[in-house]
Design a protein around this ligand. Structure first.
Ligand SMILES: Nc1nc2c(c(=O)[nH]1)N[C@H]1C(S)=C(S)[C@@H](COP(=O)(O)OP(=O)(O)OC[C@H]3O[C@@H](n4cnc5c(=O)[nH]c(N)nc54)[C@H](O)[C@@H]3O)O[C@H]1N2
Ligand SMILES: Nc1nc2c(c(=O)[nH]1)N[C@H]1C(S)=C(S)[C@@H](COP(=O)(O)OP(=O)(O)OC[C@H]3O[C@@H](n4cnc5c(=O)[nH]c(N)nc54)[C@H](O)[C@@H]3O)O[C@H]1N2
Ligand code: SF4
Ligand SMILES: [Mo]
Length: 746
């Protein structure tokens, strides 16, 4: 059985056949721990608290500095529930972001048309005046509602206040319509509450964890990976459903190498087995759920034999894995996943997963889903925000009524002018999101950008998105700034502080300062009436019984729960926030909106002859497209590869390590070649690549041209009709051996 060390070693370093020295980026815990490379402990070091910005797990940690002021290392804070004192390889490599010499260094203003990298350097005053002037003109001509904020990351709080004060409510993050949106809607319509981040799952105490395309171990969400290896150590079984032999699959008792896009059939067959073998949690279902009889009738003929024909998973394997879950009930988790925008029927797939959890009685139970709690942190007082007369939603009348957050892709769609759209956007602030790599269907995205009268991009690096901006504002990295207090929910409520470990390099500044300066020029200074961010944070901390001074010393403060209700107690009466007050196996919300109230399986298009489904995911040492130039992390993995099944490689005469191009069903060929990785770990009908590579901004000296971009090949989107999620896994690719335009006629 794998121990925690083995798991982390495997998950952190084993993938891709990389020969990596474990030294610099292994997990090590505190200053007292000797790093694995045997470095002698340094004595005259200082430490300041932070929480990591390399991904959105937001682990809290300490930044250690040497006597000469250089950053020595970042490690986890032992008090933190997100990290338990350990950082993942990416977080450990975080200082590479600070030291990256390719960083944005000063504000820039465009000098030629969009898409060309021609900018002039500007002072902050000049940049802010330019932006404020254009924002005022947009407000006068079209209304302030025509301004939107696209954001991913902590600076979004400050720009959010600015945009709301300006008079717009259209604020979107790609973490909804491109990520976890369908999951939130599915769980809200079933349990009356979403899953949230970090996911409210009690992996630590589970007896059975079911992963459906959740590739934990490559998806390095820290706390989950740690809890999963602990659970394995304690004898929990893992069931992995993945067309690819993932790291999680290699740790699993059952690996179900499903035919892609058929998961709903498997889920319905599992529901069938639990109901017709009567192994579901009867008491729980009777007490808490609504619609059991309809569900039972619905799945009557959805036997494992039926699902076998669709999924290619043998009926016995479906039955045995269902029994494994039932035996562990209620300490069993059908993991809700996170990036779930796959095929367009994603809310329904996630509904089927929510229903399985309900049948197994895992919601509100130890080893299943716990009840999270967060600190209620007051905001700095400000005048009420004006009420906008329109929002992004008006562009989509009668659509997406169950989407409770703004769709980033919806804002893009509503920016392309059409008479039918009641709300057209004219200006965007883009903060911490590399839209060109993030939003599928690049052609449409660029059309939207070309219709803008102002695009401001706030970033730390010269990414693809900055090339399209009118004004680029260089943010300093998370290691050089204060930021909003981290209040994410967990088993216990807690707050974490991020403060500067060092002065900002170059002429870069924090988002909090930028938003306040812009507010001044827009006459909105009352919304930012604090004198300094320290004053604001100290005031906030004092409302919850601590202070900035104390937080600087401890970094993380954990509070006791208000109630002892981490799990339901036996026989507890629970009112769920659904229309019926019950867990809705039959969804009244979906029925009211005209959607299937119980999930159905619908077949998806198959790859044409000679094409393979484009599957993508994560690697442990990189985050999206943001780390591809980080000097510490490119040392660990400098490019991605395309995984190809040996049978397929043989047909095409492709050898391991050979560079080739991928071309999708719409004739889009990858700009850069990508290395073939011939491996049995991927099914013959698909290829796999790690997202975030193939950067085409030449200013990224390490990332430019390294590997290929999955994003540019995802030109076809399967939109989820329920909440507008952008299904991205319905794209097919074939192999080419020359760059576009250089094909030799045969
Ligand atoms: N093709 C494809 N598309 C995807 C995905 C995929 O797997 N494949 N995944 C989807 C998912 S799950 C998600 S959540 C989204 C993620 O989408 P994004 O968050 O847009 O992902 P990144 O590509 O990392 O872009 C982040 C940008 O923020 C910048 N940045 C980093 N730190 C800071 C900072 O401190 N301040 C500021 N201002 N900027 C900073 C980086 O330089 C980078 O330009 O992408 C979605 N889109
Ligand atoms: N190292 C690292 N960790 C990260 C991130 C990162 O950038 N880097 N990003 C974080 C974020 S924001 C997110 S949203 C998560 C995303 O991570 P997850 O939510 O865990 O996973 P996905 O990206 O949806 O799915 C990838 C897996 O789905 C499998 N898959 C593909 N098609 C199918 C199918 O039809 N059926 C099934 N059952 N499986 C299929 C793929 O083979 C792959 O193993 O990762 C988080 N953790
Ligand atoms: S999981 Fe890793 S990258 Fe993400 S916040 Fe934690 S340490 Fe940083
Ligand atoms: Mo995500």
């Amino acid at each position: 059985m794998a121990s925690r060390r083995d798991f982390i070693k495997i998950s952190g370093l084993g993938i891709g056949g990389l020969a990596v020295s474990a030294s610099a980026y292994g997990f090590y815990k505190t200053l007292a721990d000797t790093p694995p490379d045997g470095t002698k402990l340094k004595i005259n070091v200082t430490r300041t608290p932070t929480y990591c910005e390399i991904c959105f797990w937001k682990c809290a940690g300490w930044v250690y500095k040497n006597e000469d002021g250089s950053i020595w290392k970042v490690v986890g804070n032992d008090e933190d529930q997100h990290s338990n004192g350990r950082f993942c390889p990416r977080g450990t490599g975080g200082p590479g972001m600070y030291y990256d010499e390719d960083r944005l260094k000063t504000p820039l203003i465009r000098t030629e048309e969009r898409g060309k990298q021609s900018f002039r350097e500007a002072s902050w005053d000049e940049a802010f005046d330019y932006i404020a002037d254009k924002m005022k003109r947009i407000a006068e001509e079209y209304g302030p509602e025509c301004f939107a904020l696209l954001t991913h990351g902590s600076g979004g709080d400050y720009f959010g206040t600015l945009i709301k004060a300006f008079g717009s409510s259209s604020i979107a993050a790609p973490s909804y319509a491109q990520c976890r949106g369908p999951r939130e809607v599915a769980f809200q319509t079933t349990f009356g509450e979403g899953v949230g981040s970090p996911e409210r799952i009690d992996i630590r105490d589970t007896r059975c964890l079911v992963l459906i395309g959740s590739h934990l171990g490559e998806n390095m969400h820290n706390g989950q990976v740690q809890e999963m290896s602990d659970a394995i150590d304690k004898g929990a079984s893992i069931i992995t459903v993945d067309p690819r032999f993932s790291i999680a699959a290699s740790k699993s008792k059952f690996w179900l190498p499903i035919k892609p896009a058929t998961d709903i059939a498997l889920l319905l067959a599992w529901i069938h087995v639990l109901i017709y073998e009567e192994s579901y949690d009867k008491e729980y279902v009777e007490k808490y759920t609504f619609g059991f009889e309809q569900l039972k009738a619905h799945v009557k003929n959805m036997t494992p034999e039926w699902a076998y024909g669709i999924t290619t998973i043998k009926p016995e394997l479906i039955r045995e894995s269902a029994r494994e879950m039932a035996n562990a009930s209620p300490s069993v988790i059908i993991h809700p996943g996170r990036h779930v925008t796959w095929y367009g029927d994603d809310t329904q797939r996630l509904r089927a997963m929510a229903i399985l959890n309900a049948l197994l009685g895992s919601w509100g139970r130890r080893g299943g889903y716990y009840v999270p709690e967060k600190v209620d942190l007051p905001s700095w007082p400000h005048p009420p925000f004006p009420t906008p007369s329109r929002s992004w939603k008006d562009a989509f009348p009668d659509q997406f009524n169950l989407a409770y957050e703004t769709l980033a892709s919806g804002i893009c769609d509503a920016t392309v002018p059409t008479l039918s759209k009641a709300c057209n956007f004219k200006g965007w602030i883009v903060n911490g999101t590399n839209l060109l790599k993030t939003i599928p269907d690049r052609r449409k995205l660029i059309e939207a950008i070309q219709n803008l009268e102002l695009m401001v991009v706030v970033d730390t690096m010269p990414m693809e998105v900055t090339g399209w901006a009118d004004v680029v504002l260089p943010e300093c990295t998370y290691l050089e700034r204060y930021d909003s207090v981290r209040v994410s929910p967990h088993r216990k409520p807690a707050v974490a502080l991020r403060m500067p470990a060092t002065e900002p390099l170059y002429n870069s500044k924090p988002a909090s300062w930028m938003a306040k300066e812009l507010a001044k020029r827009l006459g909105l200074e009352d919304y930012f009436s604090w004198n300094s961010i320290e004053e604001m944070l100290d005031w906030q901390f004092k409302q919850i019984g601590t202070s900035l001074e104390e937080m600087k010393k401890i970094g993380v403060k954990t509070y006791e729960r208000s109630y002892d209700d981490l799990y339901f107690y036996p026989g507890q009466d629970v009112e769920f926030f659904t229309n019926t007050g019950k867990i809705e196996l039959y969804s009244t919300d979906l029925a009211n909106e005209g959607f299937d109230p119980i999930p159905v399986y619908t077949p998806h298009e198959e790859p044409p002859e000679g094409y393979y489904r484009l599957n993508y995911g994560r690697a442990p040492m990189h985050t999206f497209s943001r780390t591809a130039n980080n000097p510490n992390l490119t040392d660990l993995m400098g490019e991605n590869a395309v995984w190809i099944n040996p049978k397929v490689a043989k047909i095409w005469g492709i050898t391991n390590g050979q560079y080739l191009y991928l071309e999708n069903q719409d004739g889009i060929r990858s700009t850069f070649p990508v290395k073939a990785r011939v491996t049995e770990r991927i099914r013959w009908d698909s290829v796999f690549m790690v997202h975030g590579f193939g950067h085409d901004n030449k200013k990224l000296s390490r990332a430019h041209g390294s590997g290929a971009s999955d994003s540019e090949l995802i030109s076809r989107v399967h939109m989820d009709p329920i909440m507008g999620g952008t299904g991205m896994r319905g794209n097919f690719v074939t192999f080419k051996f020359e760059p576009a335009g250089e094909e030799v006629a045969s």
